[in-house]
Design a protein around this ligand. Structure first.
Ligand code: BG6
Length: 359
């Protein structure tokens, strides 16, 4: 059973402060302001030779990979992107010797991700795993990697594994960054930001009652938009994914800047938008998007640092580079409580399996 919690999903949401502690434990170096990841098996010379990073996964692992790609590009200044593992393996990818490939999987058993790793290995690519399940098929197939140490995740919808994956990518980005061009001062700033995360997650979880009330109200809609820019974009995608998985409310994520190229036509009082609005250099741009939605009588729910009011959830501020780690947490609670309000089987959504081990 879920040990006193109504559902495993809620239990796992509440385990995140401890899961993040475990992901960080023993990995931050306070002297050189970097991170040590024992299983990487990548010496500094090899790390310096990486020209590109390609991250592969499915579902929430893919979205966490997108957060990871942004962190690596931002902190280590190595071009990085994420792609669904299934797309990658079917498109006869060009595999390059100076690209570092990273497979992301909570279970370590997802067939599409495993097959992508095997295809890469067959073509001589170097693949690291960011995996939760120790000794799993994907972990065994990779050249090295980093374990999440998030503990077992039972609910089909990933929560703590998603967050731990993002944290592990921040550690990897810090590690690669300090080998490339990230200054000791910036390294220290990021390391301190990482250390603050567990306490800040607790702060978000203390807002659960308010978020639950908001979710119960949002459960009356049939469809929702999730919008974000740059760091907020994978957060919007993961938020939409969580909502549709457990509440069956249709949810579509869009980059905020793309709204005017299509989805603005949908805005009406029946289609609320959840907007990811961190206090970063794009705040003014995001505010103008909120204005565009409101001008068309769309309801806007903000997740960020600066907006206030009944439809705003305020998240503690950390370093802007780490925003994509904290901002999804209210969205997990929103999806969970919307599903509970609708009476759904939260831990076992219809048509889904925890790990898809078939083609
Ligand atoms: C899906 C699950 O089928 O597999 C998602 O429903 C999960 O929740 C995805 O994110 C990937 O799983 P894993 O174990 O490879 O991270």
């Amino acid at each position: 059973d879920a040990e006193g919690y109504t559902h495993f999903m809620r239990k796992e949401i509440h385990e995140q402060p401890a899961a993040v502690e475990r992901a960080l434990r023993g990995r931050l170096d306070g002297r050189f302001h970097t991170a040590h990841l024992g299983g990487l098996d990548l010496d500094p010379r090899e790390a310096r030779a990486i020209r590109r990073v390609k991250i592969l996964g499915c579902g929430s692992a893919y979205y966490a990979g997108q957060v990871g790609a942004q962190l690596i590009e931002e902190l280590a200044r190595i071009p990085a992107d994420a792609e669904p593992a299934s797309e990658f393996r079917y498109r006869n990818p060009v595999v390059e010797a100076d690209t570092l490939y990273i497979a992301v999987s909570q279970s370590g058993e997802t067939y599409d991700t495993l097959a992508a790793v095997q295809e890469l290995r067959r073509k001589g690519g170097r693949v690291l795993g960011v995996v939760n399940a120790v000794g799993s098929a994907i972990a065994r197939e990779c050249d090295g990697g980093v374990y999440l140490h998030a503990g077992p995740e039972i609910a089909v919808a990933s929560t703590k594994a998603y967050t731990s994956t993002a944290v592990v990518f921040a550690l990897l980005a810090l590690h690669l960054g300090r080998i490339h061009d990230l200054s000791p001062a910036d390294g220290r700033r990021i390391a301190e930001g990482l250390r603050a995360l567990p306490g800040q997650i607790e702060e978000i979880l203390r807002q659960e009652d308010r978020i639950a009330a908001l979710a119960a109200d949002l459960a009356k809609y049939r469809s929702m938009l999730f919008v974000g820019r740059v760091r907020g974009w994978p957060v919007a995608r993961e938020g939409a994914q969580k909502l549709k998985e457990v509440s069956y409310i249709h949810a579509e994520a869009y980059p905020a800047s793309e709204l005017k190229h299509g989805p603005l036509a949908l805005i009406s009082p029946d289609l609320p938008a959840v907007a990811i609005v961190p206090d970063d250099e794009l705040l003014d741009k995001n505010r103008s998007t909120l204005g565009e939605i409101r001008a068309r009588h769309g309801r806007v729910i903000t997740i960020g640092h600066t907006e206030a009011g009944e439809d705003a959830v305020v998240v503690p501020k950390n370093e802007p580079e780490l925003d994509a780690i904290l901002l999804p947490i209210p969205l997990q609670l929103l999806a969970y409580h919307a599903a509970v309000a609708l009476g759904h089987d939260v831990d076992k959504p219809r048509n889904l399996a925890k790990s898809v081990t078939v083609d």
